[in-house]
Write a protein that binds this ligand. Sequence first.
Ligand code: HEM
Length: 473
Amino acid sequence: MGPFKLKTTHFAVMQPDSSAPPLLRSSARKAPGPPDYYLLRRLRPTARDPIGACLGLWRQYGDITRLHWFGPHYLHICVHPAMVEHILQANWSNYSKGFFYKRLATFAGNGLLTSEGDLWLRQRRLAQPAFHRARIARLADLMAGEVGALCERWEREKTAEPFDVAGEMMRLTLQIAARALFGTQMRGAAAHRFHELMNIGMAHVEHRTNPLSLPEKVPTPHNRRFLWAKGELQKWILEIVHRRRTGEESGDDLLQMLVDARDEDTGEGMSDQQLFDEVITLLIAGHETSADALAWGFSLLARHPEKREELENEAKNALNGALPAQADLERLPYARQVFEESLRLYPPFWAIGRETLGDDVIGGYEVKARSTLIVPPFLTHRHPEFWPDPDAFKPDRFTPEQVAKRPKFAYFPFGGGPRLCIGQGFGLMEGQIALAVIASRFRLELAPFEKLVMDPSPTLRPHGGLWMTRTRI
Ligand code: HEM
């Protein structure tokens, strides 16, 4: 079977239909894939290069691949936009979040990203108003101010030496997330310590994605360090929560909304534990993804000087040396397109995981209950049926006319359906502002030794950082 075989039209007639007679439903075939025990035999190379492995399987088997996982369990990789739509939107309630999210929960607890069912629905409803378009628009000044402060520091610390842009973006976006969501300003030693604790937490999540890693209750040095860091973060966050609960401090931010929220039936507020889980989730989900996308954006601009120049000209004309306010954003469409195209080529969530609750039919193929599913934006975003010249960096793909021509799920860096990223508007605005402000003031070039290797775990980032030099324009 050749690659990219499944056409949207084929898919449309094969949609599972609960009203269909049992005979028709059970006529679905097994999806194509390598012989059983493939994964077991190829565990090491697959773990070393999961993206390369997925690309190879896609080329060989087409838009859906079935792999033996363990025991009676199978893993399916689903690439076609119609399949993605089925899993994330049309039949979303038949899927739970699965393996990776269980590992993420060791750090993020039962927050929005990892929770399921009634708890998730209640918390999503509580948090949604804080992410309303009008509220997010009010954050433009804060974001621009933080990017401006970063540029001033770069100017003060004049250097021709390569520096790690990925690390800088990580600190920038964490600072923005903390200020926007919880009103907390972090500078100097406090910021440094906070970054360190978050890094230990994220390194632990990465470590626990290895199926052979030991659970937290086993007192290995690694686990003890993680539990210590999580405890320190908990103390820090719950102190702020306590000040909000007692009225010693207040704010017009998400934390205040979460602290004030009451259950409609019981009138009870959230426990300290639930509040901590939500706060840490928003910090995790809200900074690493944006930082990864910005780092890849700068690497792409450095490799395409003509695109960088176009962005620089747009930003200089629109901003005239000032920082952007919300009203200026419509005069920075190219900055937004550059960010969207960076998210296409390097989606931070390069693969989204799910587990089937009940048997299903996807694209005409049977998928049994308790199967693991992977929907990989990294692959779908390169599907040649929807993306001509898929590996090329072309921000013009994101003009409104071009976007309207594509099916919705050909592009899903923020997921989709009910579990769509709550911070999509936040992340897009942050990316647009950071690219425009930095491109209008600095020219970033790749350091001669920078090899640009992808590190896919847990989010897709440049391996070992992104080393660049900067020149003031
Ligand atoms: C470029 C930046 C971002 C990217 C690429 C991104 C990507 C994603 C994706 C793919 C999902 C869905 C995961 C799934 O279905 O399993 C998601 C969910 C989520 N994201 Fe983002 N995200 C970004 C920025 C943000 C920001 C800035 C915040 C918060 C301030 C945020 C908070 C969340 C939360 C809470 C969820 C879980 C939503 C739910 O299940 O109800 N994200 N994100």
